[in-house]
Design a protein around this ligand. Structure first.
Ligand code: GRF
Length: 187
C-alpha cells in the first residue's frame, strides 16, 4: 500500500474524490491532509473522511522542517497538491523530487503563474474568448506551473458560459482524471 499526502487550501472536493477513489482499491491510501487555511472547508471533509488533518502557518512551513519531518514520519510516497495555494519550500521539493503532483484548472502554459488560481483562471479564459479550456496535471519543480506535464484534458467553452459553468466542467474533468494519474504514478 502506497501512502499519499494531500495539500489543500480550499474546498477540497478533489481531496475528497481522491480519498474515496483509493479507499475502494488496494494500491494506495490517503494518509493525511495538510492545509495552510484554518477556514478551509477541506478541514470538515477530512473530519468526515476520518483522515488526519495537519494545519500549519508560514513559520511552520517555511521557517522550520516540521512539515517535512511529518511527511517522513508518515512514510509518504507521493504528495498531491489539490487546490493548494502556497509555494512548496525547497526542503520538501528536494526530498520529494518527481513525487509532487499538481492540478491546474486550465491548459498550461496558458493561464498559469502568479494570480492564476480559482475563479480568476476561468474568468481570464472566458474574457479572452477561448473556445476551449481544461485541466493540466503536472509535476512540481522550482518554477511553479512549469513542471513536466503528465496529462491535459480539454472541455469546450461555449458562448454564454459563465466562470461558474466553466469551473464545473473543469471540476468534472479533475474528478475523472486526477485519481487515475496519481494511481499511474504509484505503479
Ligand atoms: C481545482 O480547480 C484545482 O484545479 C485548482 O484548485 C481547485 C480546487 O478545487 N488547483 P477543490 O478545492 O478540490 O474543490
Amino acid at each position: 500500500m502506497k501512502r499519499i499526502a494531500i495539500f489543500a487550501s480550499g474546498s477540497g472536493s478533489n481531496a475528497e474524490h481522491i480519498t474515496d477513489y483509493f479507499a475502494k482499491g488496494n494500491v494506495a491510501r490517503v494518509e493525511v491532509i495538510y492545509s495552510n487555511n484554518p477556514k478551509a472547508f477541506v478541514i470538515q471533509r477530512a473530519a468526515r473522511l476520518n483522515i488526519p488533518l495537519v494545519l500549519f502557518d508560514r513559520e511552520k512551513f517555511y521557517g522550520e522542517e516540521t512539515i517535512l519531518r511529518d511527511l517522513q514520519s508518515r512514510k509518504i510516497d507521493l504528495i498531491v497538491l489539490a487546490g493548494f495555494l502556497w509555494l512548496i519550500p525547497g526542503n520538501i521539493l528536494k526530498t520529494f523530487r518527481d513525487r509532487i503532483v499538481n492540478i491546474h484548472p486550465a491548459l498550461l502554459p496558458a493561464y498559469g503563474g502568479k494570480g492564476m488560481y480559482g475563479m480568476a483562471v476561468h474568468e481570464a479564459v472566458i474574457d479572452a474568448g477561448e473556445t476551449e479550456s481544461g485541466i493540466t496535471i503536472h509535476l512540481i519543480d522550482e518554477v511553479y506551473d512549469k513542471g513536466k506535464i503528465l496529462l491535459q484534458e480539454k472541455c469546450p467553452v461555449l458562448p454564454g458560459d459563465t466562470p461558474d459553468i466553466l469551473a464545473e466542467k473543469v471540476h468534472r474533468l479533475e474528478y475523472e482524471h486526477f485519481p487515475k494519474v496519481i494511481e499511474k504514478m504509484l505503479e
